[in-house]
Design a protein around this ligand. Structure first.
Ligand code: GAF
Length: 383
């Protein structure tokens, strides 16, 4: 879908559903995280990039306090809610995300949201694929309903609050920050402790970044994510630090020695992963992207063996891509399914795609979806 095509479809779709023109169209991208997984809720480092695929929100303000929501992707009825009655847990399904943002804006005293709005959602981001379709929807909605210009970090924190408190998913802030603050051609080096950011040029000449959607669908709400998060918090308490981010690689052996065996792998993953993010960002900044490949693969092994959030399909992508000549590969996002990211020389990209396809067929898995990604722009008004 071309960019202008998506905008036209959002405007036309809005007219067809609500019978008038929208006040505007706002968009936010999905993301692929290059490295830095399960570090954001440990106040650590992450290095995501925005996808070119976006979620578009066409919206028009109302004055009667009604929030009406329609998703072109999901179809069904227009969902009609009263802004004044929005409360955590009260809305189920996809509508909880935009409704949660409206609630978070209301709670933050943003008056523009209180009058309500008609909202039409058009999404290019694959749903449930670990590519942050939810954060894209939240951030695009926050822009559409927020009225006054909110900064990128303000948008991201509002969106995260909506997801944590209204939807009930205990996510960190990486996905919302990626949607709100990434810039085209760059990965975002984000320190989730203070939201300090550096735009790191992603020079992919002669290289390809592939995303492999395994088709295995995950739900962060289903408990395993929350369990990992609670385990990390428990380990930080046991070590007497504010967050696992405070343990340096030099302190790691002593820290592991002080913990019960069950918590050790969690801590080892977080500490080594923060180190891998810093090293990857330094390589990108030096223009040595190829050299980052082994760090990606080491990150996957740590997520598989220590953090235990991978699955057989993701492991198969990583092993197959490596054997077919990729420079590096890893699961991306929360895990338990979703997508992997593969760094590969342009000349090997097609062979890697074919090898992954074949390996999935041989294993009896459903066909994976393999596509090339580039670093797109962060959220903004598009119409
Ligand atoms: C999900 C969460 F939403 C993020 O906050 C992050 O924790 C990620 O999993 C794992 O790195 O995408």
């Amino acid at each position: 879908m071309t960019a202008a095509g998506a905008e036209r479809r959002a405007a036309a779709g809005f007219r067809a559903v609500y019978g008038g023109a929208p006040d505007g169209i706002w968009a936010a991208p999905g993301r692929v995280n290059l490295i830095g997984e399960h570090t954001d809720y440990n106040e650590g480092l992450v290095l995501p990039l925005a996808l070119e695929q976006r979620t578009l929100v066409a919206a028009a303000a109302r004055r009667d306090g009604l929030l009406r929501l329609y998703s072109a992707r999901l179809g069904g009825e227009v969902i009609s809610l009263r802004v004044a009655e929005l409360a955590p847990g009260a809305v189920k399904g996809w509508a909880a995300y935009p409704a949660g943002v409206c609630w978070a804006l209301r709670e933050a005293g943003v008056t523009a949201a209180a009058g309500g709005a008609d909202v039409f959602v058009e999404s290019e981001v694959p749903l449930g694929a670990g590519l942050s379709s939810s954060a894209a929807l939240e951030v695009a909605t926050a822009l559409a309903l927020g009225g006054s210009p909110l900064s990128g970090p303000e948008l991201a924190l509002l969106a995260q609050r909506a997801e944590n408190e209204f939807v009930g998913v205990p996510c960190g802030v990486m996905d919302q920050m990626a949607a709100a603050c990434c810039t085209a051609g760059h990965a975002l080096l984000l320190d989730t402790r203070d939201l300090g950011m550096r735009q790191v040029p992603l020079e992919l000449a002669g290289l390809r970044l592939l995303v492999v959607d395994t088709g295995v669908r995950h739900a962060l709400a289903d408990g395993a994510y929350a369990e990992r998060r609670a385990g990390c918090a428990k380990a930080a308490r046991a070590l007497g630090v504010r967050a696992l981010r405070d343990i340096t690689p030099a302190q790691l052996p002593a820290a592991l020695g002080a913990l019960t065996p069950g918590l050790r792998p969690l801590v080892r993953h977080v500490v080594t992963e923060n180190q891998r993010v810093a090293e990857t960002a330094a390589l990108l900044e030096a223009g040595e992207v190829r050299e980052a490949g082994p760090l990606l693969t080491a990150g996957h092994h740590s997520l598989r063996d220590d953090f235990a959030v991978s699955c057989p399909e993701l492991d198969l992508v990583v092993a197959t891509a490596g054997a077919a000549g990729a420079l590096g590969a890893r699961m991306t996002g929360g895990g338990f399914g979703g997508s992997a990211v593969v760094l590969v020389a342009e000349a090997r990209a097609a062979a890697v795609g074919r090898a992954v396809d074949e390996a999935f067929r041989n294993a009896g898995y459903g066909a994976p979806r393999v596509f090339t990604v580039g670093a797109g722009s962060g959220a903004g008004r598009v119409g």
